[in-house]
Design a protein around this ligand. Sequence first.
Ligand code: SF4
Length: 479
Amino acid sequence: MSLIGIYNHPKAAKMAYFGLYAQQHRGQQSAGIVSRRPPKREGEVLQICEHLGLGLVPDVFPEEILNRLRGSRAIGHVLYSRSGSPSLRDAEPFRIQHRGIDLSVAHNGALLNAKSLRLRMEKLGAIFHTATDSELFAHLIIDAMEKGDKLPEAVAAACKEVRGAFSLLVLGNDQMIAVRDPLGIKPLSIARVEKTDTWVLASETCAFDLLEAQKVRSVRPGEMVVIEADGALASPTLTSIQWADSPGCKHCVFELVYFARPDSVVFGEEVYSCRKRMGIQAAREAPCEADCVMPLPDSGVYFALGYAQGAGLPYEHAMIRNHYVGRTFIQPTQEMRSFDVRIKLNPVSGFIRGRRVVIADDSIVRGTTVRGRTSHLREAGAREVHFRVSSPPVKFPCLYGVDFPSREELIAVHKTNEEIREYIGLDSLHHLTLEGLKAILEKPEDFCYACFDGNYPVPPNDEEEAAAARGLRIEQPED
Ligand code: SF4
């Protein structure tokens, strides 16, 4: 999931569009933008425009739609595919109107206590239209405003109710508010378009590059930043409110392993060089007698570069990716067994034949994809196939918004390294050790590693909370 916020730009929605475009890798299920045009003179009314849709950003926002999204303030969101089929209802930002308040909310993360809070709000009369945490935030904010809080205080009150991971953007009548949870699990940064009063908020800094905005800083864990202007023509001001004490950071390390774009800086780490360091460290831990190193594009590329450098091996690109594979395609005939794997990535047989290759990627989850890739490399004539992984074995589901399968489906839960090697059909297999991963980070104590070691920085109270955070429903046994 990804967030973008633009404050004080004549084409805020267009800027938000490009900000989402740059962050498309963080979610392809749906995209949405809400924009606002504050009144410029007395008698004018606030204009609010919104558009949400399923699919990729350019498909959801053709130019004629984008041109209709007027205003100088906008927030946008792309949704990452989680359990279940895509639903337009769950596209964000979520917008609600209540007694003259028009509120839009977009969220990156997952909440542990969403179910109990929803029940409580429903008992108070709230009617939910979606399954999103953003709607829950919106109801909690409205509830606090009903009790007399102004918008920033109401957002703080809502944040104090929830447990889990959240980076949040809220667009009110006059204000844009950015919030991070007390552990800073998800990224969110502030930038300013050079020589202007335009402020940009984004999950990833690659969005700032496209928008020609300079990063000012990250929103701090437990901080709320309120951007507001006294009228459409006034310069915006930024106010920082520490709504919760931060006991220390627990950033998602998977952002560095997989999620973030390599041209981003996330949690103070340059993702590109961080992934290369993972490769160099893996080469130290598990060198290999081989003829070349090849990434599984795109996620393994920079790790493979580092591994090749560390191991003193040539770096090759002999797995060719089809960049035009859509989300769905006509199913092939029964005989085309390996269609699903081959349509995305195909080995260059002429190069691979007779060679000992090291392939590199970010993780092994179920093991089925890499098993298919390995068998294709063998069919292409590879003499040996070795695999190096840039993360420790994934043994625990993420409760904070990253969509790993259930524990039962995670291959590392049931098989040892040797059993996985054998199942996939590899000559050797090495996962970067947890110690090795920590060793390449500037501040290893600032990261969450729960999907590797099960130490959840915000632990669930029970199984139901854990399931709810992953978007699952626990079936109740029948009497
Ligand atoms: S459990 Fe893993 S994927 Fe989830 S926040 Fe922690 S490090 Fe990231």
